[in-house]
Design a protein around this ligand. Structure first.
Ligand SMILES: [Zn+2]
Length: 444
């Protein structure tokens, strides 16, 4: 199947051609773990998990890496304020993030490297950049020499001239040029630090991801690099620049960026206080609602969170759950499995077109509509019902929508049979009592 992806680097949709046949290498920039993440931070989790699931569905093996930035000024600041170690802060928020990711039904990444586990490689990497003239040391700090990379700006389209205007304001006198960026930061405070040939310090954020990719994949070149739009510049631009200088690669063949989430028509951001944490949102509305809400908009468009959208999405989840429950009940009493993959074709085409999840959801809803019609008289067209039920299951799985509807165990099935018999015999007192019990078990 031909899969098209919008490549932020070339600014067009391109056919996906993997570096290795049948395999996809993916890296998605993970959170800086100094606090609970907000709902906006869950968007890349959902988007790239869905892409991964789709690749799996069409037969690719996916190596999915998402990191934790566990060394950062904000972590150090929090550790000092609360009299804790940096690792206590970062481990706590890593767990909180992983918990939200699990709840939202994201598959566990193949690898979740932490920046602090790769410091030695970062030092070695920076040494290479210094040796080949792409970086220089000055008074315990190391900077990247942006002028060494002719293609600088290829991703974000920021020109070196434009950069200079912005950089002049807070120019660091240690830099040769205002555009140069930090690879190794000198540290003389009480915060976490590591010894290096340039003195005690810690790595710059842009070096972390490129080195973790290099460590895990064996070279700085993968298929897909993902993250939010806001990471394009400077973070991803600077990642590419280092890969160019280190191994003359562009780091990734496809760069994918997801849009923001707006709250009250403003970008959700910790820095402005305009945010809801993922943890709180999930506790209030449920993780499946959040996942469906995020999938209802194309990943490159902004999502506007409003009470209306949340309510509509919750109703949609309930509708899906009711259909699934009706199917579970029906097939518990009348087991039948028939597979017709042609029912998935349009759904797959939508996802193969730059992960068009809104169109894929339209296909899911069309199947649900057909199922609901058939479920009114389920024994009339049993085979058709079974085919559509299978397509429904596959679609839910590819989209990662866990409706929380369980399959029935033996006892459940017996209760359900008793209920059906009581109804047939017009024993309404008994059928009402059994229905109540079945409701308690989440079967109705
Ligand atoms: Zn990154």
């Amino acid at each position: 199947m031909k899969i098209l992806l919008y490549n932020s680097l070339t600014k067009q949709k391109e056919e996906f051609i993997p570096l290795r046949k049948g395999e996809v290498s993916m890296y998605v920039c993970g959170p800086t773990v100094y606090d609970y993440v907000h709902v906006g931070n869950m968007r890349p989790v959902v988007v790239f998990d869905t892409l991964r699931r789709f690749f799996n569905h069409v037969g690719y093996k996916v190596i999915y890496v998402s990191n934790y930035t566990d060394v950062d000024d904000r972590i150090i600041e929090k550790a000092q304020k609360t009299n804790k170690k940096e690792t206590e802060i970062s481990e706590f928020y890593i767990e909180a993030f992983a918990d939200s990711a699990t709840k939202i039904n994201a598959l566990k990444p193949t690898f979740t490297p932490k920046a602090t586990q790769h410091i030695e490689s970062m030092i070695a990497f920076i040494k290479v950049l210094i040796a080949n003239g792409a970086a220089y040391e000055n008074d315990g700090e190391v900077f990247f020499r942006v002028s060494k990379v002719e293609t600088y700006g290829e991703l974000s389209n920021v020109t070196q001239d434009e950069l200079q205007v912005g950089a002049r304001i807070d120019a660091n006198p240690k830099k040769e040029h205002p555009n140069d960026f930090l690879l190794w930061k000198k540290t003389d405070d009480a915060g976490i630090k590591w010894d290096s040939p340039w003195g005690a310090g810690r790595p710059g954020w842009h070096t972390e991801c490129v080195v973790m990719i290099n460590d895990i994949f064996g070279k700085p070149l993968i298929d897909i690099h993902g993250g939010g739009f806001d990471l394009k510049f400077p973070h991803h631009e600077n990642e590419i620049a280092q890969a160019r200088a280190y191994a003359n690669t562009g780091l990734a063949n496809y760069w994918m960026h997801n849009g923001f989430i707006n709250l009250n028509n403003q970008k959700m951001a910790k820095s402005t206080g305009n945010f809801v944490t993922a943890k709180d949102f999930i506790a209030e509305y449920g993780a499946t609602s959040l996942r469906l809400l995020l999938l209802s908009t194309h990943y490159r468009s902004p999502v506007n969170l409003s009470a209306d959208i949340i309510e509509n999405t919750n109703n949609e989840v309930l509708r899906l759950q009711r259909t699934k429950q009706a199917l579970v009940r029906h097939f518990a009493l009348h087991p039948l499995k028939v597979i017709d993959d042609s029912l998935l074709l349009k759904f797959e085409e939508a996802l193969a077109d730059d992960l068009n999840t809104p169109n894929a959801l339209s296909e899911l809803y069309a199947v649900v509509k057909d199922l609901n019609i058939l479920l009114r008289n389920p024994l009339k067209e049993e085979e058709k019902l079974a085919k559509l039920a299978h397509a429904f299951e596959v679609m839910l799985d590819v989209l990662g929508l866990d409706l929380g509807v369980k399959n029935l165990n033996e006892e459940d099935t017996k209760l359900l049979k008793d209920y059906e018999n009581a109804r047939k015999n017009k024993d309404f007192a008994r059928s009402d009592a059994l229905r109540e019990e079945l409701q308690k078990r989440g079967i109705f």
